[in-house]
Design a protein around this ligand. Structure first.
Ligand SMILES: Cc1cc2nc3c(=O)[nH]c(=O)nc-3n(C[C@H](O)[C@H](O)[C@H](O)COP(=O)(O)OP(=O)(O)OC[C@H]3O[C@@H](n4cnc5c(N)ncnc54)[C@H](O)[C@@H]3O)c2cc1C
Length: 287
């Protein structure tokens, strides 16, 4: 018997989406398509220039709820279908760590198509995005995941530790909620695999804030072939006076170094670069 035809669904609300998904459980959500098209090599149809897309596709393009951006005094909520460029266009409404990271992803054409949800959900796939996980984790963002029957919230830290496998079958990422806080110091550094002898690169985000001369919060997150955030070393510096005592800054660097040496990934070249970067960020706060 012939296999059923391939289908593309264009649901305009969640009910239609989950109804199509229950009838075609193998259907794949299609957001900006930049990862899906890049990730599926040409099929054996003889038209090798065409990408072989998944058989059944659920286009998310007509679900308006996924394109919403809302802002309260404490939070910014971004729908999964908001493009990376539309997030950048929010300007000073978004934390600098996020805008700097997004500006470093691909070129403007790809960023016009690629969506926040697509970047997050493609993590762990061969051509997936990894960069957004660094600012989202550092900023303590949370993601709303939804199935036909329930919705749940998951921290960016937890989601990114699992990559796309954090999603249950037929589960959709619907929105991202980010606390709006003022960070006095932000450093974002992108590591390209071409400078690492082919090792997978990634992004490191450093954010810190102070009240008067007290350091009230500090976070360093790396996202690449793995996700790194050391809460012990963060705790060591919180509450210290600024400028930091040089000895404390050096001790923080040593804590990070010990944390990294216990990690299987990333490789030695990137580990060395990360230590240098942590050192220059934290010494920047010292006398
Ligand atoms: C030339 C080029 C350069 C790039 N450079 C970088 C880079 O420097 N850094 C980086 O991080 N990334 C990079 N990328 C990857 C890019 O960021 C991702 O391709 C993009 O973010 C994916 O978003 P999308 O909307 O196109 O997702 P799609 O391709 O539509 O989907 C990606 C995956 O996520 C799933 N998905 C999408 N939305 C949802 C949802 N709401 N819920 C559940 N599952 C969903 C899809 O089913 C699919 O498996 C690059 C891509 C290209 C093409």
């Amino acid at each position: 018997m012939d296999a059923p035809h391939s289908q593309v669904f264009f649901p305009s609300n969640f009910q239609e989406l989950f109804s199509a998904w229950s009838r075609f459980p193998d259907a794949v959500p299609f957001a900006g398509g930049t990862c899906l098209i890049r990730g599926f090599p040409a099929g054996g149809s003889g038209m090798s220039e065409l990408p072989a897309l998944p058989k059944n596709i659920l286009s998310l393009d007509r679900i308006d709820e996924l394109k919403r951006i809302t802002r309260t005094e404490r939070y910014l909520e971004i729908g999964a279908m908001v493009s990376l460029n539309d997030i950048i266009a929010l300007g000073k409404s978004i934390p600098e760590a996020l805008s700097k990271t997004l500006n470093g992803i691909a070129g403007p054409q790809v960023r016009n198509l690629a969506t926040a949800g697509g970047n997050i959900c493609s993590a762990g796939t061969p051509f997936g995005g990894i960069d957004i996980a660094a600012p989202m984790t550092a900023l303590d963002a949370r993601y709303e995941l939804r199935t036909a029957f329930q919705n749940r919230w998951i921290s960016a830290l937890r989601f990114s530790s699992f990559g796309s496998s954090a999603l249950a079958p037929q589960e959709l990422l619907t929105r991202i909620r980010m606390p709006l806080e003022h960070w006095n110091y932000t450093v974002c550094r992108k590591f390209h695999s071409r400078d690492l002898g082919g090792e997978t690169g990634g992004v490191m985000v450093f954010i810190a804030k102070n009240e008067k001369n007290l350091l009230t919060d500090i976070r360093i997150v790396f996202a690449g072939s793995c996700l790194l955030r050391d809460k012990d070393s963060e705790g060591f510096l919180k509450g210290k006076k600024l400028p930091l005592d040089h000895k404390d800054a050096v001790h923080y660097r040593e804590m990070w170094s010990a944390y990294l040496s216990g990690m299987e990934k990333p490789g030695p070249m990137l580990k060395a670069k990360l230590i240098n970067c942590v050192e220059s960020c934290v010494l920047g706060l010292a006398d």
